[in-house]
Ligand binder design. Structure first.
Ligand SMILES: Cc1ncc(C[n+]2csc(CCOP(=O)(O)OP(=O)(O)O)c2C)c(N)n1
Ligand SMILES: CC(=O)[C@@H](O)[C@H](O)COP(=O)(O)O
Ligand SMILES: [Mg+2]
Length: 642
């Protein structure tokens, strides 16, 4: 007979069942929930530390609030594995982030308990305020709770929302989950401010705080609350920035102590007007020794051994693009003291932790603040510095107006290094770097590059460093390169010039970025069908190599562009150039042209290679496309099943 390690949790399939427990049982439930979270992530890998830090908060929120009628909005959504376990998804929790499995973030389509989808940070207060106002307009009476981390609280959006909420005075509860951690230790004055609040210097006495909150509560609750010992012990309040913005501030309270959390949450639930901010102090990685001790508190982990915490390390075949970027930037910065680098709270993810070891005074972690990062870079460029604004492609989306208004229109030579371009695997569509080629390619004067391998990345870093004429960007994928030999320092490429890797006569494949390997593979395969194929690497999505394009168009029956980017990106640039140069007209238009891009759909999380296959961007799909255009339908069908 096997005895379950989680007997109480085994009885709880929904929050409704959780709410039938006695308060005294919740400690045990939280302990089991933590065990289950650790065990599940040991099998799947994923975001561990953040979820472990909110186990008690998750239990308390579902206990006190009537979810899903009451809405809980989790910022980022990377801390919601315990929430998923409690909200009817425990049976699928070991499919997290796998193809066909649960998302690693909140997703409205996945569960009615996921009130708002996320992945990017600092959206929860805005979304929560929208829901609270919608409730008010409709005459409803449900509660809305936004849970936001201390680092996510550093982004501009959070302040825009606080500003609006303080003025609208709608009933909204914001839980500030302060674990004094981002992915790395947090940076910035806000983080220091929160630390001062937690250290307690600026507080009124506890009893005064309790009186103050009580005066905002309906009389009957006040009378009850006055008798509760925890009530007066749990609150410290007064004079905070949040109060100045129109919030009722409660805290800081111990987010692992259910005896503190429950009465506080009940009290703020029953407060009948205005926005409230509850400042909860937690520990990222709580309850799992290896996470508590690790520098990043096990923010994101590979599969691991539960007993030791030792993570499974996949065999590395080649350096990652990220590490090659860091190497290339160091090589450039050693020759040019004007080079500086900026990250928005992602030093390890972008390789700027490596750069920062060599050049600590030339590395700036601006916290989660992509909009600011871009305009900060613009300011540096105005003064003659050469900023490498190093962001994940998906997070640069947040700074798009700044790219246009503060950089591009002023033609400032800001260098954009866009990591995690294309599909990113387990993080899924919120993190895909799908749109950069489209949203940068349309900007006048912007140079946009994509390396086909990590050696090319080194050349593009050197090219960007040398390019003072205006804005320039390069996008490169998550994960390992191809293992090509790397130079000590990259070469400066001629702007707007591509290269031909293989000469053929019938089909021309013009690839941008890392689809080149599959393009070359497709060309080999096409030989088996008697189709002679040219393969070229455009290197630049903008400006496009028009001479190369003309020669491909004039000398082949079929021209196919390939990219790991959305519709409107590189293929659109190729099409525009073909059209502008009259290559689609009359006799010259005898060739057939197709762009192979990501489909007009969001691709769910999975292994990268499977996502590429689903997007019809692998070598098989390229072969099939070429054969189809040559009129060989049978060959095309065969190619897809080969
Ligand atoms: C706009 C945006 N920028 C960067 C990220 C990457 N990111 C994910 S979680 C995280 C740290 C969040 O810290 P915090 O809000 O304090 O939550 P914790 O992980 O500490 O619970 C960062 C920087 C993101 N998701 N969204
Ligand atoms: C939650 C979040 O946004 C990050 O933790 C992200 O998942 C990191 O992705 P990488 O693993 O590609 O660095
Ligand atoms: Mg944090």
């Amino acid at each position: 007979m096997t005895t379950s390690k989680t007997p109480l949790l085994d009885r709880i399939a929904t929050p409704e069942e959780l709410r039938k427990l006695r308060p005294a049982q919740l400690r045990e439930l939280a302990d089991e929930l933590r065990l289950e979270t650790i065990d599940a992530v040991s099998v799947t890998g994923g975001h561990l530390g953040a979820g472990l830090g909110v186990v008690e908060l998750t239990v308390a929120l579902h206990y006190v609030f009537d979810t899903p009628r009451d809405k809980i909005i989790w910022d980022v959504g990377h801390q919601t594995y315990p929430h998923k376990i409690l909200t009817g998804r425990r049976d699928r929790i070991r499919t997290l982030r796998m193809g066909g499995g649960l998302s690693g973030f909140t997703k409205r389509a996945e569960s009615e308990y996921d009130a708002f989808g996320a992945g990017h940070s600092s959206t929860s207060i805005s979304a929560g305020l929208g829901m609270a106002v919608a409730r008010d307009l409709a005459g409803g009476d449900n509660h809305v709770v936004a849970v936001i981390g201390d680092s996510s609280m550093s982004a501009g959006m959070a302040y825009e929302a606080l500003n609006n909420a303080g003025a609208l005075h709608s009933r909204l509860i914001v839980i500030l989950n302060d674990n004094d951690m981002s992915i790395a230790p947090p940076t910035g004055a806000m983080s220091a401010y929160l630390a001062r609040l937690v250290s307690g210097g600026a507080y009124r006495t506890i009893r005064e705080a309790a009186r103050q909150l009580a005066s905002h509560l309906p009389r009957f609750i006040y009378d009850k609350a006055r008798k509760a010992e925890e009530f007066s012990r749990s609150f410290i309040t007064g004079g905070t920035m949040f109060e100045e913005l129109g919030f009722y501030y409660v805290g800081p309270i111990d987010g692992h102590n259910l005896d503190h959390l429950l009465p506080v949450l009940k009290n703020v639930r029953d407060k009948d007007d205005g926005p409230v901010l509850v400042h909860v102090v937690t520990q990222k990685g709580k309850g799992f020794g290896p996470a508590e001790e690790s520098a990043d508190k096990c923010h994101a982990v590979n599969k691991f051994d539960v007993a030791t915490g030792v993570q499974f390390k996949p065999k590395a075949n080649a350096p990652t693009y990220t590490s090659v970027y860091a190497k290339a930037l160091i090589a450039e910065a050693e020759h040019d003291e004007k080079i500086v680098a900026i990250t928005a709270a992602m030093p390890s993810g972008t390789g700027l932790d490596i750069f920062g070891k060599t050049f600590p005074h030339r590395t700036f972690d601006v916290a989660i603040a992509e909009q600011h990062a871009v305009t900060f870079a613009a300011g540096l460029a105005c003064e003659g510095y050469k900023p490498f604004c190093t962001l994940y492609s998906t997070f640069l989306q947040r700074g798009y107006d700044q790219v246009v208004h503060d950089v591009a229109i002023q033609n400032l030579p800001v260098r954009f290094a866009m990591d995690r371009a294309g599909l990113v695997g387990a993080d899924g569509p919120t993190h895909a770097g799908a749109f950069d080629l489209a949203y940068l390619g349309c900007l006048p004067g912007f140079v946009v590059m994509a390396p086909a391998d990590e050696g090319e990345l080194m050349h593009m870093v050197a090219t960007a460093a040398a390019h003072d004429a205006g804005p320039i960007g390069f996008r490169y994928p998550r994960g390992e390169g191809l293992g090509v030999e790397l130079p000590e320092r990259g070469d400066v490429l001629e702007i707007g010039k591509g290269r031909v890797l293989r000469e053929g006569t019938k089909v021309a494949i013009l690839s941008l970025g890392t689809r080149l390997a599959d393009a070359l593979k497709a060309a080999e395969e096409l030989e088996n069908y008697g189709v002679s194929t040219t393969v070229a690497d455009a290197r630049f999505a903008k400006p496009i190599d028009r001479d190369l394009l003309r020669s491909l168009a004039v000398h082949h029956e079929v021209v196919i562009s390939v990219e790991e980017g959305s519709i409107g990106g590189f293929g659109a640039q190729v099409f525009q150039a073909l059209s502008d140069d009259g290559l689609l007209d009359g006799a010259r238009g005898a060739f057939k042209f197709r762009c192979m891009t990501l489909p007009d759909a969001y691709i769910d999380h999975d292994k990268h290679e499977l996502m590429i296959a689903r997007a019809m961007l692998d070598s098989k799909a390229i072969v099939a496309k070429a054969l189809e255009l040559l009129g060989d339908e049978q060959g095309a069908a065969r190619a897809m099943i080969a």
